[in-house]
Design a binder for this molecule. Structure first.
Ligand SMILES: N[C@@H](CCSC[C@H]1O[C@@H](n2cnc3c(=O)[nH]cnc32)[C@H](O)[C@@H]1O)C(=O)O
Ligand SMILES: [Zn+2]
Length: 458
């Protein structure tokens, strides 16, 4: 049972109860020097996973949460009657523009899927295609309560512009592949990734952060990984890469080097507490320990791992070891949607199956991975509803048939809710979707441009 049963929740912070507004911000609010947004009449999911009745007050200038509970009246309001205000969901590993390849090639294992279908199709994608596909993904994010994401792709400056306009928060990078390239091209690809990371960090009023993103330990040459990881460190740029996704990726490293892939990555200096890896499906106990020790986050992508039959990540073991675990959809071509509610459900289900234990990856863990874990992995001060944190929020409507009755809000978030139950989405204090109307993108135009771009493929 939840700590506070939602059906007999006392009125949260009635008059005179603790107000969590900070003194400096309270003074600014009184002086009328900031514009505020008050999310009213709802319930709030607190960092300890309890649910309380209360409002959330947001400073729209700083983009931070200023108070939770019994708050001052805001300049603007957003009604959350019958809803739960939760931290915005974090999609911590994706390739946004792959939305153009949704349903393009299914029912194949990773290696054949990439080499036979995906990479040839991607070869003809123009910057305009990437912009169109990315906007389609961002629209789907906003419509399903995702407020931040990590993207690894190419023509990445287009993604920066799309994120700036759509109002989301993101950690972005140019994905590097050196297999099959001559030395000059291989170096140039790495240089592009680092140059992108240096140039665009802090873009979109600070909502865009960057990373150096070598695709994986088997698709990027060792000497270049070593060289550019060192350069990234010097520039203070974190790393993101695919690791231990399939057995085919693990075995050659073990055979050639006599060491586990993550020990190899550690040797190359690729595991720090700023870095985050995608998948981590085939990690042994020593690698799980290593990630936890280094503070390197792992992004679990259960739907992609099931669809490509890559395997079941040892999520419960990562969490028990103290590693930071986030959730990602991976690209829409291996999922095939970008709904992080689905990912929570898949993570909980697959986690139980993998551990042969129905108590493994409980609802709270799934919600934690999709919120706090994701924000920690990406290095954002978000993922929790607390004064001082970024005002990145999803307001979920609990009135749907499939959410009735409500015994436990957190259970519903993990097991029964869908992205389409999100009523409002707020990022950095700005309303991106109000009553299911996306305010920062023209939804019809975005869908039409993406369909056009996809029609011109192959
Ligand atoms: N510069 C590289 C592109 C790297 S972007 C990242 C790549 O990861 C690919 N990708 C998508 N999903 C997965 C996955 O699950 N595992 C490995 N790679 C993936 C995606 O299609 C894209 O080609 C090049 O020109 O080939
Ligand atoms: Zn991926």
């Amino acid at each position: 049972m939840p700590a506070v049963h939602p059906l007999d929740t006392p009125l949260f912070l009635t008059r005179g109860a603790r107000s969590v507004i900070g003194p400096a911000k309270e003074a600014a609010a009184h002086a009328g020097t900031m514009s505020t947004l008050q999310i009213t009449d709802g319930r709030v999911l607190l960092p300890d996973m309890s649910v309380e009745t209360g409002d959330v007050l947001v400073n729209q200038d700083s983009g931070d949460i200023v108070a939770v509970g019994d708050v001052e009246t805001g300049d603007e309001t957003l009604n959350a009657d019958g809803c739960l205000i939760m931290p915005g969901l974090v999609n911590a590993h994706t390739h946004a523009a792959m939305s153009l390849l949704r349903g393009y090639a299914d029912d194949k294992p990773l290696d054949a899927w990439l080499r036979e279908d995906i990479w040839p199709a991607e070869a003809s994608l123009t910057p305009e295609d990437v912009r169109a596909g990315t906007e389609l993904a961002l629209l789907e994010f906003i419509e399903s309560g995702v407020t931040s994401f990590a993207d690894m792709y190419f023509h990445e400056p287009e993604v920066v512009d799309a994120v700036a306009d759509a109002g989301l928060r993101a950690r972005l990078g140019h994905g590097v592949v050196t297999v099959g390239k001559d030395e000059a091209d291989a170096v140039a690809d790495n240089e592009e990734s680092l140059a992108f990371a240096r140039e665009y960090d802090g873009a979109a009023d600070g909502r865009v952060k960057t990373a150096y993103m070598p695709h994986s330990l088997t698709t990027v040459d060792e000497a270049l990984l070593r060289e550019f990881t060192a350069e990234a460190r010097e520039a203070g740029v974190p790393l993101h890469f695919h690791a231990n996704e399939t057995r085919d990726e693990v075995d050659p490293i073990v055979e050639e080097r006599g060491m586990r892939p993550l020990a190899y990555a550690d040797d190359l200096g690729m595991l720090t507490d700023e870095d985050f890896v995608a998948h981590g499906v085939h990690s042994d106990a020593s690698e799980i320990e290593l990630l936890a020790e280094r503070g390197t986050a792992v992004v679990h992508c259960p739907a992609s791992n099931m669809k490509l039959a890559s395997g079941a990540a040892p999520v419960q073991a990562y969490r028990e070891a103290g590693a930071t675990v986030a959730l990602g959809t991976d690209g829409a071509a291996s999922n095939n949607d970008l709904d992080v509610f689905d990912e929570m459900r898949d993570a909980a289900m697959l986690g139980k199956l993998a551990a042969e234990d129905a108590s493994a990856v409980p609802a709270e863990a799934a919600v934690d991975m999709a919120t706090r874990g994701g924000a920690d992995a990406l290095g954002f001060d978000a993922g929790r509803i607390e004064p001082g944190a970024n005002a990145d929020l999803a307001v979920v409507d609990f009135s749907a048939t499939h959410l009735t009755p409500v015994h436990d809000y957190v259970s519903h978030l993990a097991y029964a809710a869908r992205g389409s139950d999100v009523r409002h989405t707020v990022c950095d204090g700005r309303v991106l979707m109000r009553d299911r109307e996306v305010e920062t993108l023209d939804a019809d135009a975005v869908r039409a441009r993406a369909a056009d771009a996809a029609a011109n493929l192959d």
